[in-house]
Design a protein around this ligand. Sequence first.
Ligand code: ADP
Ligand code: ADP
Length: 232
Amino acid sequence: MIELVGLTKTYGRRGKTTTALSELDLSIQKGEIFGVIGHSGAGKSTLIRCINLLERPTAGEVWVDGVNLTELGKSELQQQRRKIGMIFQHFNLLSSATVYDNVAFPLKLVNTPKDAIDRKVKEMLALVGLEQHSSKYPAQLSGGQKQRVGIARALASDPSVLLCDEATSALDPQTTDSILKLLLDINEKYNLTIVLITHEMHVIQNICDRVAVIHQGGIVEQGPVTEVFLKP
Ligand code: ADP
Ligand code: ADP
């Protein structure tokens, strides 16, 4: 479902280069919650941003649902990207738009009919428990509520993959747990594949099926969470 083959990313050029990822291979199955953990600078953010080509790999292939994204032209890539939702540490909401319009935004971009947008936005806001807040602006929401808007927006395009880039790192422990519970519910309801990167072990232990430990741009260990973290 997600297949990274020989993924390499080098930043900078001649003389001043940093290799963030080095010939990394990884397979993630459909419906799986897959965690990537590692210290700051290990390459986690680069890895997750390569899955939707927010970051273009220097070498290697990125396959999602049987399509090699690295071979696509601009418009085909835009089409495929709709299958990949993403949420962020700092939510990345439009501050001058209401909750409703933030969730509607990706649908408006592709000229979805108004009644279809309305149905989808209401469905998504119900899913994340924010029906009563649709007319508020992001500044009027708590951190947990902002991330719920982020999740609703990411899911509005019916993606098959959700990428979570340190999605709970700005939240307190209790709010983190409620967001992880929501991700778990969504994973079960839609059989959505979830890839999350974090530096927090308890996030991985809380919801992930499998985990990869990344260090200096390579995977040093991977497997079921219980095997990787609870070895004698
Ligand atoms: P992590 O998310 O695990 O903290 P990153 O993927 O952000 O790791 O970074 C991996 C390495 O790549 C680090 O050495 C970092 O300094 C470098 N790096 C990340 N982004 C850039 C960039 N835009 N330009 C140059 N170097 C970068
Ligand atoms: P546009 O900015 O494209 O003109 P509108 O703001 O007129 O869109 O809204 C279009 C439709 O979206 C409205 O008819 C309404 O059903 C729905 N809508 C917009 N904002 C909200 C909101 N805060 N809560 C519930 N529904 C809303």
